[in-house]
Design a protein around this ligand. Structure first.
Ligand SMILES: NC(=O)c1ccc[n+]([C@@H]2O[C@H](COP(=O)([O-])OP(=O)(O)OC[C@H]3O[C@@H](n4cnc5c(N)ncnc54)[C@H](OP(=O)(O)O)[C@@H]3O)[C@@H](O)[C@H]2O)c1
Length: 293
């Protein structure tokens, strides 16, 4: 099987490359080589690579910057997926697209999770782009997988785990304030990459939720990171409403992997188990990187 991987320099894309390369031929152009917003480049790439599957991990992921609603950000997040959905239809290949928990408004009362067929109602421009991208994929590609995920962390790219280590080690913060009234499932990009591989291998079709099992608040997530890495920084709880950011965040970001489970394909692990494995593997490197910053 030949896979065209977009966004391979990103946090999720780099782990997908690692995981998929073990068994398949992976073509992973940079954003300079293939800019997904350019229709002519998309068609030329599909023609020359002739992939069986296109996996789209490329996106503009700065949620707050998206509030500026600039044309470029919409193009990357909506027109890019639309281009590939149409191109994949023309060249008869499967299109796998990554979406987000931010398609929902998070108003469901905890502990109720969101299911694949719940109606999207985004609170932010980024969330709206993701909904539009899903519609573009469904409308244009006869053979697609949409995977909604959230609260990603991994070895590469900016993420929550690295930011906590940075605040504790590099900034030497005595106290970190963390939100204690928002809920989600911290998801390791490496695990998600294994899940995407499983979905592709089993010819999954349609929309799936794929996040780690169980859920926590950012406060509990931070507590688990500090404890595992034996960092002495203290934690103070605060409310999501105390944090002023351009984009509104959903309170309940918990997704149930119902379709994966019903099809016997769910390999996602409990969030704490994966976080511990990740920190055992990379914690010392993250600490020394933070010390050198
Ligand atoms: N991070 C999260 O917590 C989270 C949560 C839910 C869903 N998601 C979704 O998961 C996917 C992967 O997210 P991530 O956090 O791994 O993203 P990321 O680290 O920000 O990486 C984004 C990737 O997209 C590429 N890219 C940007 N614009 C492009 C363009 N015009 N043409 C081609 N490539 C372009 C970037 O290339 P350059 O490096 O060259 O710019 C980079 O490789 C995205 O769809 C995101 O919306 C993420």
């Amino acid at each position: 099987m030949k896979i065209l991987l977009l966004g391979s320099t990103g946090m999720l894309g780099s782990d997908c490359k690692l995981v998929l390369e073990t068994d398949y031929e992976v073509v992973a152009p940079s954003s300079k080589e293939v800019n997904i917003i350019r229709w002519d480049t998309v068609i030329e790439t599909l023609q020359s690579v002739s992939p069986d599957v296109v996996l789209n991990c490329a996106a503009f992921t700065d949620v707050d910057a998206c509030e500026a609603d600039e044309e470029y950000m919409r193009k990357v997040n909506v027109e890019g997926p639309r281009n590939f959905a149409q191109g994949c239809a023309r060249f008869h290949c499967k299109f796998v697209h990554i979406s987000s928990d931010y398609v929902f408004d998070g108003q469901k009362l905890m502990p109720q999770p969101y299911f694949e067929d719940d109606a999207p109602h985004p609170l932010s421009v980024y969330g709206r782009y993701k909904v539009e991208s899903e519609v573009a994929v469904r409308d244009n590609s006869p053979n697609y997988i949409i995977v909604r995920t959230g609260w990603l962390y991994g070895r590469n790219g900016k993420n929550f785990v690295k930011s906590v280590v940075f605040q504790a080690v590099s900034m030497k913060k005595k106290t970190i304030k963390m939100v204690s009234d928002q809920y989600g499932s911290p998801t390791w990009t490496y695990r998600l990459a294994l899940q995407l591989k499983k979905l592709i291998e089993n010819d999954g079709r349609g929309t799936y939720h794929a996040t780690a099992e169980g859920c926590c608040t950012p406060y509990e997530w931070t507590e688990a990171i500090l404890e595992k890495l034996e960092l002495k920084t203290k934690l103070e709880p605060c409310s999501l409403t105390d944090i002023q950011r351009p984009a509104k965040r959903p309170v309940n970001c918990v997704l149930e992997n119902r379709n994966l489970k019903e099809q016997g394909l769910n390999i996602m692990r409990p969030w704490k188990e994966d976080l511990d494995t990740f920190l055992e593997k990379y914690g010392p490197d993250l600490i020394s990187e933070a010390k050198n910053q």
